[in-house]
Design a protein around this ligand. Sequence first.
Ligand SMILES: Cc1cc2nc3c(=O)[nH]c(=O)nc-3n(C[C@H](O)[C@H](O)[C@H](O)COP(=O)(O)O)c2cc1C
Length: 389
Amino acid sequence: MTIDIYWRIGMEGDHASLRTPRRYNRGNAGGYGPGNIAPAVRGGELDGYSYIDHVAAVARASESAGFLGGLLPSFPVTEDPWAFAAALARETTTYRFMVAFQPGFLHPVQAARMSASLQRATGGRLVYNIISGGGGPAQLWWGDKVSHDDRYARTSEFLDVLRGVWDGRPYTHDGRFFHTEAAALPPGLAGQPFPEVYFSGSSGAAVQAAGRHADYYLSWLEPFADLRAKFDGVRAHAEKLGRTPKFAVRIDILARHTEEAAWDEIRKGWAFVDREAANRAAQGDSVGAARIKGWVPETITGYRDLEVQPNVWCGFSLIRGGPAFGLVGSYEQVAQRLDELIDLGVDAFILAGNPHLEEAYRVGEEVLPLLGRSRLTTPDATPALTHAH
Ligand SMILES: Cc1cc2nc3c(=O)[nH]c(=O)nc-3n(C[C@H](O)[C@H](O)[C@H](O)COP(=O)(O)O)c2cc1C
């Protein structure tokens, strides 16, 4: 069995390095400015290089560096991943697009048609990252007041309907959240490969729904023993339903030639530490976010306090927002830790690093080869290519 390795595509902008965390100079978060990469101002005028151009560069760089595809996250502050996937597909050849979306905000028949169109247009390169929402202000931004566990009930019903209309036979459904009568994809769109389903959420409701729908159960990185226990729980639940999901982990990577050089990057980024970020990240009702916050100590005397096991650091959220856990160390150490996760049962990784463009090359050139190319899924071994242009 080979391992699927994805890169993260920053959909909200990116900063030049962790040493300059407040300076988003690539993308919408930073606005227009001289010296920015995108969007840039030169001589007082916009220079025409837009954020989609930069994101396309990241997609092409990570495709050529050996990544199978990219995760396109979805939050109130991001670009829309569906629109960007369609635009980026024409910039790449075999690269897969893992589109994050919340089932509550689309009708499943519309989602089925969008997905089938993308599958047909890209040769089967769409992958789903099904997110059910973390509550709090971000959920209200979308006008969504459905309770935590009901969001998973909605997700589950949504995926049933989406699968129901997929094969082109008329499908009728009158459920709690969705209604459709004799819906079916038109003949030209029916029969595309159904996108692989990555599914996240740490709550009991999430694990139940994942047991039914996940091809890959996806988690943020946690201390390895906790991750193992979490996967055991998901596996046990899925087995009761006669299913065997695979497992995926999303991990920030800060790797350098030496361990000292890697920690030196963290030390410089620590100058911009934002200790409140851990509380902000856990504002909603997300069980997963609360779990993560539990590992960040209340009193921190220095960045090494956050190394919860060798090379596993939970301070990324405090210097750049986003998920807390990542791997810090030499190329060899980071590859070793990834190997340990593979031994623990991980089948797929979504890796990330700031800045996403340069770090895609670095991780692709320095870390992935240490895992052994034979262990990685390559595009020509995938069904996606049988449809590729
Ligand atoms: C790897 C990973 C990526 C996620 N990406 C997104 C995202 O792009 N947008 C979003 O709103 N939520 C995202 N989430 C949040 C989850 O989908 C889920 O809503 C959250 O973990 C709350 O679920 P829980 O209470 O069951 O833990 C992500 C979660 C994980 C583990």
